[in-house]
Write a protein that binds this ligand. Structure first.
Ligand code: KIV
Length: 302
């Protein structure tokens, strides 16, 4: 029986229970129906329709360009594939910063149009205020501190955060502020393990780490990174659990080679027809009227 058959949907009280019991939470990103099915069948606790979709599935150079419409389309596919994990919809850049009204409107869009139960937004600028507004509107919010890709330029690039005492204090204050406005959990990204450990001890809400060491209540990785689908350099915190990209490239290359050499399709991949039906069809084709040029010209019925 699949993990789905045995599992009940993961709820916010269940996450709080897991944190209290010291049971590690597993979160993975998903961006379409097949990745959501994999997450479901592997029994993960949380799926994040992350704005990393911008890079790993849409081919943008960063997360900044992805739109609400694109996130909604991806989220709807994920919902069709994942039934039991808690589903988090990531709010893309530009969907929440300008006003509380905009933030609530777009958080509601994600929930109503994709079926995610909660949303995530990145820390920085107006985020604490926006998180408070969304929480007050009735939608649970996951915060995100440390390396926040939407504002990576302002942070000096894709760099580890909280490496200085001053930076660590800022991170700690941001995490406490997000907790105080009601965030039910916080992602910690690219932060030295000892800094994470010191901050999470002071937090009550669960934390999910990505490049933040082992002290967080859970861990998240980007689907394409952990499965080895991503090409090129990946961050230090990525561990590859499979080389799916290599297998995909080898499979497509072999298909191309077999088509070119005439080895595909083989008898196993072709449909047969009853010999009598084939003979009758051939007799029809062999009629004088059909074998002459122009016989296939279509003429309207008069
Ligand atoms: O968008 C995303 O995938 C994320 C994870 C890296 C946590 O925010």
């Amino acid at each position: 029986m699949s993990a789905e058959g045995e599992r009940r949907p993961v709820t916010l009280p269940r996450l709080a229970e897991m944190k209290a019991a010291g049971e590690p939470m597993v979160m993975v990103t998903a961006y379409d129906y097949p990745s959501a099915r994999v997450a479901e069948e592997a029994g993960v606790d949380i799926v994040l329709v992350g704005d990393t979709a911008a890079m790993v599935v849409l081919g943008y150079p960063g997360t900044e360009p992805v739109s609400m419409d694109e996130m909604v389309m991806l989220g709807r596919a994920v919902r069709r594939g994942a039934k039991t994990p808690l589903m988090v919809g990531d709010m893309p850049m530009g969907s929440y910063e300008a006003s509380n009204e905009l933030a609530i409107h777009n958080a509601q869009r994600l929930v109503k149009e994709t079926g995610c139960q909660v949303v995530k937004l990145e820390a920085g600028g107006t985020s604490v205020e926006r998180a408070r507004a969304i929480v007050r509107s009735g939608i649970p919010v996951m915060g995100h501190v440390g390396l926040t890709p939407q504002t990576a330029t302002a942070l000096g690039g894709y760099k580890t955060q909280g490496k200085t005492a001053e930076g660590a204090i800022r991170l700690c204050e941001e995490a406490l502020a997000l907790q105080s406005v009601g965030c039910f959990a916080i992602v910690f990204e690219a932060i030295p393990a000892a800094i994470t450990e010191a901050i999470v001890e002071r937090l009550e809400v669960p934390t999910i780490g990505i490049g933040a060491g082992p002290a967080t209540a859970g861990q998240v990785l980007v689907y394409h990174d952990l499965l080895g689908i991503t090409t090129g350099r990946v961050p230090k915190f990525v561990k590859r659990y499979a080389e799916v990209g290599e297998a995909m490239r080898a499979g497509v290359a072999q298909f191309a080679a077999e088509v070119r050499s005439g080895h595909f399709p083989e008898p196993d991949q072709v449909y047969g027809v009853e010999p009598a039906e084939l003979s009758e069809f051939r007799r029809y084709l062999d009629q004088e009227s059909l074998s002459s040029p122009g016989a296939w010209d279509w003429e309207p019925l008069s």
